[in-house]
Design a protein around this ligand. Sequence first.
Ligand SMILES: [Zn+2]
Length: 421
Amino acid sequence: MILIDYILHNAKQLITLSGADKPRAGEEMKNLSIIENGCLAIKDGFIIDIGLINDLKKKYLPKNYIDAANMIVCPSFVDSHTHPVFVHTRENEFEMRIEGKTYVDIAKAGGGILSSIKAVREADEDYLYELAYKRILKMIEYGTTTLEAKSGYGLNTESELKMLRVIHKLNENLPVDIIITFMGAHEFPLEYRNNREKYIDILINEMMPEVKKQGFAEYVDIFTEAHVYNIDESRKILTKAKELGFKIKMHADEIEAIGGAELAGELNAVSADHLGACSDKGIIALRDGGVIGTLLPGTLFSLGSKNYARARDMIKANLPIAIATDYNPGSCNLDSMQFAISLACIQMKMLPSEALTAATINAAYAIDRQKLVGSLEIGKYADFIMLDIPSIAYIPYHLGSNSVKKVYKKGKLINTDIPKL
Ligand SMILES: [Zn+2]
């Protein structure tokens, strides 16, 4: 008999999503690998076995049993695209957009991303940490235990490094895994609007080498869009990022298909995100380049868009897709992966099973953590949630509600006992 920490038992269904040795695509996105009344054997934060209670009892001597109380147990959510470090929320702009004000009107009123940049540059590091800490606590309550977080509201070396240090400290102190992305190419800072080459030069020759030296960031991301970084600028920055040893991500083809997806395919980005206007050619380029298409329906919903990424065409073309919140203060103040799943189903016609796959195992692939999270499998972290619902379809069906009752990260219950600061 092997001594273990506990057996999780009495789950109505254990939704494992196991068996994906590559990101799930096409018909496979519906395959949740469900075990009725399945149990988990857990030791030192890892899943060491999966099966039915009688089989596990024969092999293991658990110190404890954890009762899932007939709830559904599934992998906790992986939010592979967030911007949680900022100072003020921007609900005033939300109201202006409802009144029909344009991006330019908002910028003139002192809003937009430039207001976030100004505030982050001026902010004390501890204050930024405290604000983001509280935001991530909410994500945990909604069932997220692994997230990616980006810099990109500093846009100078000092402030970008400050943001990266904040994310690093959040990763150290919160019971979740945070994957860190440098996004100095989120926008052009005001002081370089008329000298873009100079800012790109700083990004390439000063910021990225310094960020690499500090060792906090794993990814470099860029906002490739008609009004921000064009294709040539994006290729130049991302090529340098790869040379420095970063993995790459892109905000691509959100509003207009300018070839962002094609570039992501060409450079074998780990993920290309948004894709609201991605063309057929773009979808094929992503698939052939081994890129995960990460869809962010919350952003388009929040902006009142009528057009969403063509998830059905992507699934049909065998492009593996993930979904994420895009949590940020401007275009999408969404911290719930459950609501992102609702929007994926309602607005993009994804089935609940496909959306759950996109929010777990495929999202793990989108941050290169598929060996540790995103499914319930032997050798992976015991990262799971208990949901008090009749079936998985209930998650997207019950709009804006939190169906997650318990959240476990590395085998420990975390949604009840985190210090609130
Ligand atoms: Zn974003």
